[in-house]
Design a protein around this ligand. Structure first.
Ligand SMILES: *Cc1c(COP(=O)(O)O)cnc(C)c1O
Length: 417
């Protein structure tokens, strides 16, 4: 069952600070850490003593952030990274090698699409992409030994909603790692509780909320004592770590096979800012998810001919039924506008007075961006079509302002044409 916002308000404010000593999180900026003696150094390097080793593989401020987010997502542990793309690069490079295949389900953030379809491909990892609801295809690729499945809790910017439970169950039947990007829906979707293996976030977005800290985080489930999917032959190259480290194994797998060698580590100051954001995350998520549906409704009723709004809370949306069933607290801060053409979209954007034009989402302020001329400018027609991106599309991320005032800004910008 989904835990409510009261639960998270209590959990987050009580977990971020300390009761004794400095009550705000402490920033530990040191890059290196002195060891008591040679024996302790040996034990720290062996992972037997849990003390800071060197900031590339972790620091005390990151550890604090990791423990709060692990609790929030219902995971065993987490690793904070330099950005959301850092978290995705870490989990993909930790598990995949030349010759492996990834299955990507549904719509994707532009950076994730290019990570898989350009960068990982360059290193010999093959891929395929399929529609959110193409279960026949999903099952057939899982049967063929796909090594990792990646999906977003809500397609950005397609706003397609997946049947996550069904995908989770299939990945568990075929013993395939499932990575869910939960950036758009912290607290309102709980992928690990549904049975996913790894959750990643761009903490730059909702978690931090203030557009002040670039960051990412991956959260992991516990490895089962017996019959875990990581013991499948497909994952033979991590068996040594799984056998040695037991239920915590996801963490050393990512540290030793990605963080240590590629250094996509979070910094202490960024993690401190993200922790501050987490104290109010639940309040902000509750407010923003209510506002998105309100703004969508007003725009749906009042936008002039030629401009339309898309959000799964609207009865005409293709995912309306799934929204009602699985997304009782909302599906994140996004809605989209279809203006029909790039020119009309630009005219509307340039008339906005309250809304900020920028590439971020999940901010405290309302943001908007034209898609094909920015994030997706490098993408060909086939990729754009798959990702649900077209010339007239504006992505909007609703903030904390008064919902009527937000809607009014879009209405005046759309009407004055
Ligand atoms: C922004 C975003 C990312 C990438 O995060 P960065 O912190 O910008 O690297 C990944 N996934 C989704 C869904 C995002 O919105």
């Amino acid at each position: 069952m989904i835990k409510d916002f009261n639960y998270y308000n209590t959990l987050l404010v009580q977990s971020v600070g300390s009761k004794v000593g400095p009550i705000a999180p402490t920033i530990v900026p040191s890059a290196a850490y002195g060891y008591e003696d040679a024996e302790q150094a040996e034990a720290i390097f062996a992972g037997e003593v849990n003390l800071p080793l060197y900031a590339r593989v972790g620091n005390p401020t990151n550890i604090k952030l990791e423990s709060v987010v692990a609790k929030m997502e219902g995971g065993l542990g987490a690793i904070a990274t330099a950005s959301g793309m850092g978290a995705l690069s870490m989990v993909t490079t930790a598990f995949l090698k030349n010759g492996d295949e990834v299955l990507c389900i549904g719509g994707f953030f532009g950076g994730t699409y290019t990570l898989i379809n350009e960068t990982m491909k360059r290193f010999g990892v093959t891929n395929s992409f399929c529609d959110t609801d193409d279960f026949e295809y999903i099952e057939s690729t899982l049967k063929c030994g796909v090594k990792m499945v990646i999906m977003e809790s809500v397609g950005n910017p397609s706003l397609r909603l997946p049947d996550m439970k069904r995908i989770v169950d299939l990945c568990n039947v075929y013993e395939t790692l499932l990575v869910v990007d939960n950036t758009a829906t912290p607290l309102i979707v709980q992928p690990l509780e549904l049975g996913a293996d790894i959750v990643v976030h761009s903490s730059t977005k909702n978690m931090s909320g203030h557009s002040a800290a670039l960051g990412g985080i991956a959260v992991f489930r516990a490895v089962k004592e017996e019959g875990d999917k990581l013991l499948n032959e497909k994952y033979a190259d991590v068996h040594k770590i799984v056998k040695k480290m037991g239920k915590k194994a996801f963490i050393p797998i990512c540290k030793k096979r990605a963080i240590r060698d590629m250094g996509m580590t979070a910094n202490a100051f960024g993690s401190f800012l993200t922790l501050l954001g987490l104290e109010t995350l639940s309040l902000r998520v509750e407010r923003i998810n209510k506002s998105v549906a309100q703004v969508a409704k007003i725009l749906d009723e009042q936008l002039p001919e030629g401009v339309s709004v898309n959000h799964p809370s609207l009865p005409e949306s293709e995912d309306y039924a799934r929204y009602q069933l699985d997304f009782e607290h909302g599906c994140g801060p996004l809605l989209t506008l279809d203006c029909g053409s790039k020119e009309k979209a630009f005219t509307l954007l340039n008339k906005l007075t309250l809304v900020t034009q920028t590439a971020n989402i999940g901010d405290n302020r309302t943001l908007a961006l034209h898609m094909t001329s920015t994030i997706y400018s490098d993408f060909d027609e086939v990729a754009r079509k798959f990702l649900g991106v077209h010339e007239g599309l504006i992505r909007v991320s609703i903030g904390l302002e008064d919902p009527q005032t937000i809607a009014d800004d879009f209405l005046q910008a759309a009407n004055e044409n």
